[in-house]
Design a protein around this ligand. Structure first.
Ligand code: CA
Length: 232
């Protein structure tokens, strides 16, 4: 079981993170300020640290991160902050954080980023970290998607759907398979959620043909991503 140290002073946010992460099968400890975080990491090893930047009294998140690295503690750190300025992100990464998320964030995205940090730290046992099809690329570690060399922002569910399709270009994925993989649903809730998300991916990434990577609909069977040849 993977362990997560949550460093967060706001009780409501802390409670939300603790319950959510425990529900996902993580062992979770809580530190309510920077000093508690430094003490906890001296006595116990964690797989990931979620570190709020703004902490009361004592060392704040930036300082905790800096001191961990000074101690040669390489535990992956995901910084959480209400500040979303570019300078804060850059500073957080400079101080040794591995990733950075601005509040408010979606829990799905948080889970995806924790999973990415764990994969990276675990030496990605046999997992291919980069998926490519033509000029479409998906980096599973950084969750960055590019089309024609330009970055495209996707939501957590869109990323999960694209990752599934790109895991096997040319293979047909049924709606049921997609629902169970991406949404964790064992039966169709009689909505067109899959079709809606396929449509979003096609628009955002221009996957509509007639050449290059495209998501093709196979009526009554499902979807596949494939590389279409330029028409003569
Ligand atoms: Ca705080």
């Amino acid at each position: 079981m993977k362990s997560v140290l949550v460093v967060e002073d706001e009780p409501r946010v802390a409670d939300f993170l603790l319950r959510g992460l425990r529900g996902e099968g993580y062992r979770v400890s809580l530190a309510r300020d920077g000093q508690q975080a430094l003490d906890a990491t001296e006595t116990e090893r964690f797989d990931v640290i979620l570190l709020d930047v703004m902490l009361p009294g004592g060392p704040d998140g930036r300082e905790v991160c800096q001191r961990l690295r000074a101690r040669r503690d390489a535990t992956p750190v995901l910084m959480l902050t209400a500040l979303d300025a570019v300078e804060d992100r850059v500073e957080g990464l400079r101080l040794g954080a591995d990733d950075y998320m601005a509040k408010p964030f979606s829990f799905d995205e948080l889970l995806a980023r924790i999973a990415a940090l764990l994969r990276r730290a675990g030496g990605a046992s046999g997992v291919v970290s980069r998926l490519e099809l033509g000029d479409l690329a998906f980096d599973r570690d950084s969750l960055v998607v590019t089309r024609r060399g330009r970055r495209v922002e996707l939501t957590a569910k869109e990323l999960a759907l694209l990752e599934l399709l790109l895991s096997a270009p040319g293979r047909v994925f049924t709606r049921e398979r997609i629902l169970s993989n991406v949404w964790g649903l064992s039966e169709d809730p009689l909505t067109n959620v899959v079709d809606v998300y396929i449509g979003r991916l096609r628009r955002k990434l221009d996957l509509e043909g007639p050449d290059g990577p495209a998501i093709t609909t196979l009526r009554g069977r499902g979807y596949r991503i494939e590389l279409l040849a330029s028409p003569a």
